[in-house]
Design a protein around this ligand. Structure first.
Ligand code: GLU
Length: 421
């Protein structure tokens, strides 16, 4: 029986392991670890049938030490305050590890958006932003998409903000459609950042990505683009999955373009086996246990735990999701010699291009995708090198190393500002 893992407790354990190596004192730990501001709201929204439904919503601003709070808004039926706290906590250290001048925040609404009509979804998105309006601003807190939210939802939220402000301020939210101030490259940025990391891993190990086998859990923005980009790098995508199940074709590999087209026509991967392009796996969790070179968890937290970690066979785990491995599982992965590219580094491409979007919004001048990815590559490569160097220096895994780099930066910023005064 799987025990329920509290994601915030898991995040705290990761922090504590790094803080110990850094010799942080209890004051520093309390200052850097504790979420700065937590907001909870019950949002009334009119449904299409005239009834009113109440949705529980959160925004946690974990840290504002290095800049405005930054992080997405998640719409999911399992959202909880502890999850949003953990996600905002990871955002703080994610922004710090790649060195972008932002803090950490995260929002969430307890809702299964698949059960809402488009107009109900719009009313919920607008109500969220109107209710929590005072929290947000280009220099205060800058949200973005996360699980089940997308550029259209960002557009509604931006419009709600601008209506209240009586001014157009696109830098209040990122991940917007291109037509209203979004950035080139933001749509695939999370996956592109992961690819830069995986290529860097290969370079450090004198290998190439050509012919490497890949399994991907999750086929949303991060997972589907990860499949498309890694295929272009010469990898073989042997398995993919989403909420409807996992699909495998070890022999020929799965054609991600075909799968993406299938999802856009059918709403999910449900029934994908009928195309004869892949077989459905009996147990979708077994995707994680495939004997592949690269395993990409790109769905939710707590997927690799004490329950299944002994069966993990991949050589590298590239975490596109936030928090997919528990602290206890990490220890076993270390013993097995599996290389982890941790979430706060691996999926930081999304927030990095969000930052570049925010910069472009504030200049009112827009870059080409080439320019955006040139910056993204430079930022990701240098963060990867810094983390691997730290991991060698302290003889710790990449996750603890990433936290060491990030915690040092956040602590330094908080102390310079005297945030505790
Ligand atoms: N939701 C994404 C993440 O977890 C992106 C956040 C952002 O762009 O602010 O990193």
């Amino acid at each position: 029986m799987t025990k329920r893992i509290n994601p915030f407790e898991n995040a705290e354990k990761q922090f504590d392991a790094a803080a110990k190596i850094l010799n942080l004192n209890p004051n520093q730990i309390a200052m850097v670890k504790t979420p700065r501001r937590i907001t909870e709201a019950n949002l009334p929204v009119r449904m299409d049938d005239g009834s009113i439904k109440i949705f529980k919503a959160f925004r946690v601003q974990h840290s504002i030490a290095r800049g405005p709070a930054k992080g997405g808004i998640r719409f999911h039926q399992d959202v909880s305050l502890d999850e949003v706290k953990a996600l905002s906590f990871w955002m703080t250290f994610k922004c710090a590890v790649v060195g972008i001048p932002m803090g950490g925040g995260k929002g969430g609404v307890v809702v299964d958006p698949r059960k809402l009509s488009t107009s109900e979804l719009e009313r919920l998105a607008r109500r969220y932003f109107a209710d929590l309006f005072d929290l947000f601003g280009p220099d205060k807190d800058v949200p973005a998409p996360d699980v089940n939210t997308n550029p259209q939802i960002m557009a509604w939220m931006l419009d709600t903000y601008c209506m209240h402000k009586r001014a157009y301020e696109p830098a209040v939210i990122t991940g917007k459609p291109l037509e209203i101030g979004g950035s080139e490259g933001r749509g695939i940025a999370t996956a592109q950042g992961m690819v830069f990391c995986v290529k860097r891993w290969a370079k450090h190990h004198n290998e190439s990505l050509e012919g490497k086998s890949v399994a991907i859990q999750g086929f949303g923005n991060a997972g589907s683009n990860a499949a498309l980009l890694l295929k272009k790098e010469g990898c073989k995508i042997v398995a993919i999955s989403d909420v409807s199940g996992a699909f495998i074709n070890e022999k020929e590999g799965i054609d991600p373009e075909h799968a993406v087209k299938y999802v856009s026509e059918n709403g999910s991967l449900a029934g994908y086996e009928s195309t004869k392009m892949a077989n459905k796996m009996d147990d979708p969790m077994k995707l994680l246990e495939l004997d592949v070179d690269i395993l990409i968890p790109a769905a939710l937290e707590n997927q690799i735990t004490e329950d299944n970690v002994n069966n993990i066979k991949a050589r590298v785990i590239a975490e596109c999701a936030n928090g997919p491995c528990t602290f206890e599982a990490d220890k076993v992965l270390d013993e097995k010699g599996i290389f982890i590219i941790p979430d706060i580094l691996c999926n930081a491409g999304g927030v990095t291009v969000s930052y570049l979007e925010w910069v472009q919004n504030r200049m009112g001048y827009y870059w080409t995708e080439e320019r955006v990815f040139e910056d993204l590559k430079r930022i990701m490569d240098s963060a990867f090198d810094k983390v691997i160097e730290t991991s060698k220096k302290h003889n710790v895994n990449m996750r603890i190393a990433a936290f060491i780099v990030a915690i040092e930066r956040v602590t330094k910023a908080a102390e310079l500002r005297g945030l505790y005064a």
